[in-house]
Design a binder for this molecule. Structure first.
Ligand code: GMT
Length: 387
């Protein structure tokens, strides 16, 4: 065992903060927040911490490995329940796992309802052991769900009650303070990418240029814009579009591809769990979102040398420097987005320069090796602060 190095509080050493026991809760599906939570857990386990996922299904990218544990939340139904109370089942499971495995803290991703369950679990643990919880805000939990009238008061309360709050971009931090008027400190810890796994191909395959879009196909992603961009691009350069992911907008997008007469140039791949294998063979990543607190898909693309053509919204300008390591255009301006794609695909020298810069940005600012220690230090701070 390494000697304890924290200088925050004597009890922090007794807790052996070099090896923490962390409970992680997230949506275990294909959304960005679940991916961030899963990759964070895997990295923490790799660094020697015990990580306990407490979720309703096995997180998509989890797999198995040393120090990784999975505890399913079962939500029993009962004829009286029109809406089974998942939030309560989760709180019970959190408290149960915390007691059995002596968790040091809970880290929940996406405020609603996870931080409310964590708050209940913390209260249930009073008199047993202290169980602080950290809430990481990802975006739609604040900008869409949290701002909705029915969830606003409880989202505000959950932020105020959290022992620690992190946000994945400065933009989201500012929006949270502005929308909810909370007084808590919100620490920005950016999303990250494993630069060893996500890396450029030594040689891309020959043939048509390839565009890619990755999302959960929600309205906020404006997936139809990808099809308009492809249609316009193809007037100048032969190109094929790969649409990875699934969600409510997938059906309408498939129909639009037929209407535009480009259906043979678009492949709908459905949900993909090996994105690091798909990305390196792509040239341009389209992210025409109406709102994007960070844009994890763009970062994963950049790490693979795939140039993002995205919108100037939310946290994207914190990730992409327009004209340097990608392009940012106005929401809905498919003419400008297509013009950028055509320019990139026609000008090999420009493409090479921007693709190299995209990889360099991912490496210099967003690698797991830089970001995971920020979470570790934040955990230590939260544990030491009120230990
Ligand atoms: O929009 C998504 O892709 C899903 C959503 C989520 O919470 O699962 O993504 C949000 O969190 C991602 C991971 O932190 C960010 O990269 C996305 O920008 C953010 N989405 C939005 O703000 C719309």
């Amino acid at each position: 065992m390494q000697p304890c190095q924290t200088a925050l509080h004597p009890r922090a050493c007794r807790l052996n903060l070099n090896k923490m026991r962390v409970g992680i809760t997230c949506y275990p599906t294909y959304g960005g927040s679940g991916i961030v939570a899963t990759e964070l857990g895997l990295e923490l386990a790799h660094r020697g911490h015990e990580v306990h996922f407490i979720t309703y299904a096995n997180p998509i990218r989890l797999g198995s490995g040393p120090r990784i544990h999975y505890h399913e939340v079962e939500v029993s139904s009962y004829p009286l329940f029109q809406y089974p109370p998942y939030c309560l089942a989760l709180a019970s499971r959190m408290a149960e796992v915390a007691t059995t495995y002596r968790l040091d803290l809970l880290h929940v991703h996406y405020a609603i309802p996870h931080s409310i369950s964590a708050l209940l679990a913390r209260q249930m643990m009073e008199g047993v052991h202290r169980l602080p919880f950290i809430t990481t805000l990802h975006g739609t939990d604040i900008t869409l769900v949290g701002a909705d009238r029915s969830y606003f008061p409880i989202t505000k309360f959950s932020i105020e009650q959290s022992d620690g709050v992190t946000s994945i971009s400065e933009d989201l931090r500012e929006k949270t303070l502005e929308v909810f008027g909370v007084k808590n400190e919100i620490r920005v810890i950016n999303n990250f990418v494993n630069c060893g796994l996500y890396k450029p191909a030594e040689q891309r395959s020959e043939g048509e240029k390839r565009l890619v879009h990755i999302s959960n196909f929600r309205q906020v992603k404006r997936v139809n814009d990808c099809l308009y961009v492809l249609a316009q691009t193809r007037r100048e350069v032969p190109a094929h579009l790969y649409m990875a992911g699934d969600g409510p907008e997938r059906g309408p997008a498939e129909r639009l591809a037929v209407e535009l007469g480009i259906e043979s140039h678009v492949t709908f791949l459905g949900k993909q769990d090996r994105i690091h294998k798909l990305l390196p063979d792509m040239h341009v990543l389209l992210l025409p979102s109406e709102m994007e607190s960070f844009g994890l898909a763009a970062l994963e693309g950049m790490a693979c040398g795939v140039v993002p053509v995205a919108t100037r919204v939310g946290g994207l300008p914190e990730l992409v420097t327009d004209g340097v390591d990608g392009y940012l255009e106005a929401v809905g301006d498919v003419d400008a987005q297509s013009a950028r794609v055509v320019e990139l695909l026609r000008n090999e020298e420009l493409y090479r320069q921007i693709s190299t810069a995209a990889r360099a940005t991912a490496e210099a600012r967003f690698c797991t090796t830089l970001i995971i220690p920020q979470y570790e230090r934040y955990y230590e701070e939260i544990l030491g602060r009120r230990a």
